[in-house]
Ligand binder design. Structure first.
Ligand SMILES: [Cu+2]
Length: 68
């Protein structure tokens, strides 16, 4: 199991936090996603055999947020 902290831009409320967290948790290989509105980031635990940090970021961007 691997973990990564991803910076996320564009979150303004708890609804955004929920969206990002749902999008991340829906990805195969993701076991945990903790999203913080104050810090503007997500801490994700995932299986690197199933998903990459690039794929995590791509999913966040597809949902309408920025993941530089
Ligand atoms: Cu929002």
């Amino acid at each position: 199991m691997e973990s990564a902290t991803i910076k996320i831009g564009g979150m303004t409320c708890m609804g955004c936090v929920r969206s990002v967290s749902n999008v991340l948790q829906a990805l195969p290989g993701v076991s945990r996603a903790e999203v913080s509105l104050e810090r503007g980031e997500a801490h994700v635990e995932f299986d690197s055999a199933s998903v990459s940090t690039a794929a995590l970021k791509a999913a966040v961007e597809k949902a309408g947020f920025a993941a530089p």
